[in-house]
Design a protein around this ligand. Structure first.
Ligand code: SF4
Length: 263
């Protein structure tokens, strides 16, 4: 995998935003399409919860979103749709897995657009493995040899997360906001290995949905993100409550595993 910062891509997007702010271009009102039914890459990506995919595909009615979830997701989606050159791209399905890139521009190809309250000092490969997995899926399914990652770090090189504060190396100059674009290139073997893993997870999820038996804890825990608390105890933050005291995951109240993970 090659990851290089791409200042040409940064300028392309920043110029677009400036053109918008000075009235040179209009951003069309954007409508988000309903997700096609079935299994999506987001159900299967690294650092995510595969059990959510089980509940999403077996419950008659999805649980309502909390206020914090609505606001955080909406901010990210406004940013993504505002900065993107293309309208929302048509999802493409391969091996019964839906994949949807965020943007396409004829000069630079497809891009994944992110908005985060994590620090710009984060290492994408280790701190956001789900983004890397997503980009590999897109490169594979859309037969591209590279994918751009466009990230708005809204808190710059600080971080809004309590556990991430204080990670700034001594002498680092404070930056209140950061906008970084990288271009990722993957080898064929990396893409094939990644897709093989996606198809294996799809098989697990499909049989779990068909049999209406939630996925086994050991499989869920292989992917579920966690951080270590003082004393080395694992904290599965995705299953915890958010800062407004609402479930961060909509399935928290019915999830069989949450009871084991959060005492
Ligand atoms: S509560 Fe946790 S384990 Fe359960 S579905 Fe949600 S994220 Fe997954």
């Amino acid at each position: 995998m090659i990851q290089r910062r791409n200042s040409a891509v940064e300028s392309l997007y920043l110029n677009r935003l400036e053109d918008y702010l000075t009235g040179e271009i209009e951003l069309p009102a954007s409508r988000l399409n309903k997700r096609p039914p079935g299994i999506h890459q987001s159900d299967l990506n690294d650092n995510s919860c595969i059990l959510k995919g089980y509940y999403a595909n077996t419950l008659e009615e999805l649980p309502p979103m909390g206020v914090e979830t609505i606001l955080r997701f909406a901010t990210g989606r406004f940013w993504e749709r505002g900065v993107a050159f293309s309208g929302e791209l048509e999802p493409k399905q391969l091996d019964r897995i839906w994949v949807t890139p965020d943007d396409y521009h004829p000069d630079i190809g497809i891009s994944e657009i992110k908005h985060t309250i994590s620090s710009s000092l984060s290492d994408v490969r280790t701190d956001f493995p789900q983004w890397v997995c997503q980009m590999k899926n897109q490169a594979y399914v859309f037969e591209e040899d590279h994918v751009n990652l466009i990230v708005m770090f809204v808190t710059g090189n600080t971080a809004s997360f309590a556990w991430d504060r204080g990670n700034m190396p001594k002498g680092t100059r404070y930056r209140g906001v950061a906008f970084i674009a990288w271009t990722f290139e993957f080898t064929e073997a990396e893409l094939e290995d990644n897709w093989k893993k996606m198809v294996e997870r799809r098989d697990l999820l499909e049989s779990s949905i068909n049999d209406e038996i939630p996925i086994h804890r050991d499989i869920v825990l292989e992917q579920l993100p966690c951080r270590l608390k003082k004393g080395g105890k694992k904290s599965y933050w995705m299953c915890e409550k958010n800062s407004l005291g609402e479930p961060r995951c909509g399935y928290r109240d019915i999830c069989y595993l949450k009871k084991e993970l959060i005492k």
